[in-house]
Design a protein around this ligand. Structure first.
Ligand SMILES: [Zn+2]
Ligand SMILES: [Zn+2]
Length: 296
């Protein structure tokens, strides 16, 4: 009798546990998920192309990589990535500056997908990739904006703050006139430093209130003249991402990589890790890479 009761109670306990699991799963399925910001630094070889996906799905493309001699990063890498991740239109396209390693892939992206606006640093430059973009802006009637420090690009729940160039920078080199953006989400932030070098860094240090960022997309592919000690001290990133491919300029420089090491910054490089994705829930940041290999 006792034995039988024990068996019954065990059965009931099992049924109770199963019911709890089912209820638990049901509750979990309907719990509001923490929205995620995703920023992907694509592996486009020597150049930059970055996709910013806001928690609500709004999307910005920052640069579109290089092109030339039968290769076009827009067609080969950027468009396939956008299609694979379900992006059918771009809420903002930012051209940080019109050097070919940032602009050459852009015309093919603009031809294939509708864009709600194009944001540019506004510096004149005679490159074929830039001319093709300006032609498309006119043909497709894409709203065109010149970015200046203090401007903000709203992307659903998040804001892309323009830190560079300032209003008065017209004599500086093209790299120092790059559009530098700070993507903020909750307590986390990602600084996209484009090709900014020392001159732009000094200016941002003197005029921007808060440069501190969780992640730094390193300026000018890790060039020696970018990411100065003072800039790194102000940004204090936990993670640095260098967008770089085979090049004759010595990017990234040993000095810059050593600076990261001294500051205890974890470094990822697109030439070694492939595409690098930053995910943020507003509190914490996670990094995923295509290839797990030691970065330095
Ligand atoms: Zn560049
Ligand atoms: Zn450049």
């Amino acid at each position: 009798m006792l034995r039988h009761e024990l068996l019954v109670s065990r059965e009931w306990r099992a049924i109770g546990m199963a019911a709890l699991v089912v209820i638990g799963l049901w509750v979990w399925a309907f719990l509001p998920r923490q929205p995620i910001l995703r920023v992907t630094v694509l592996d486009v070889g020597q150049g930059d192309a970055i996709v910013v996906r806001a928690p609500g799905g709004e999307t910005a493309l920052v640069d579109s990589g290089p092109g030339g001699s039968g290769f076009n990063a827009g067609e080969k890498t950027v468009l396939p990535y956008l299609r694979k991740t379900g992006v059918r239109s771009l809420d903002a396209v930012v051209l940080t500056h019109p050097h070919e390693d940032h602009v050459a892939g852009m015309a093919s992206v603009l031809r294939a997908l509708p864009a709600k606006m194009l944001v540019d640093c506004g510096a004149p430059h005679a490159s074929p990739g830039y001319a093709a973009v300006l032609k498309l802006v006119e043909e497709k009637d894409i709203p065109y904006h010149v970015a200046r420090r203090g401007d903000e690009i709203r992307l659903g729940e998040i804001t892309l703050k323009v830190l560079n160039p300032p209003e008065y920078r017209s004599g500086a080199g093209l790299n120092d006139r790059s559009v530098v953006l700070k993507v903020e989400y909750g307590e986390t932030s990602i600084l996209l430093a484009a090709d900014a070098e020392r001159e732009a860094e000094m200016d941002m240090l003197a005029n921007c209130k808060n440069l501190q960022s969780t992640v730094l997309k390193v300026g000018h592919h890790g060039a020696e003249k970018a990411t100065s000690e003072a800039f790194l001290d102000a940004v204090r990133p936990e993670v640095a991402i260098v967008s770089v491919g085979r090049n004759a300029f010595g990017h990234p420089s040993r000095e810059t990589l050593d600076r990261f090491k001294r500051h205890g910054v974890r470094v990822y490089r697109t030439d070694r890790n492939g595409g690098v994705t930053i995910e943020s829930d507003g509190k914490r940041v996670g990094i995923s890479v295509c290839k797990e290999t030691p970065a330095i």
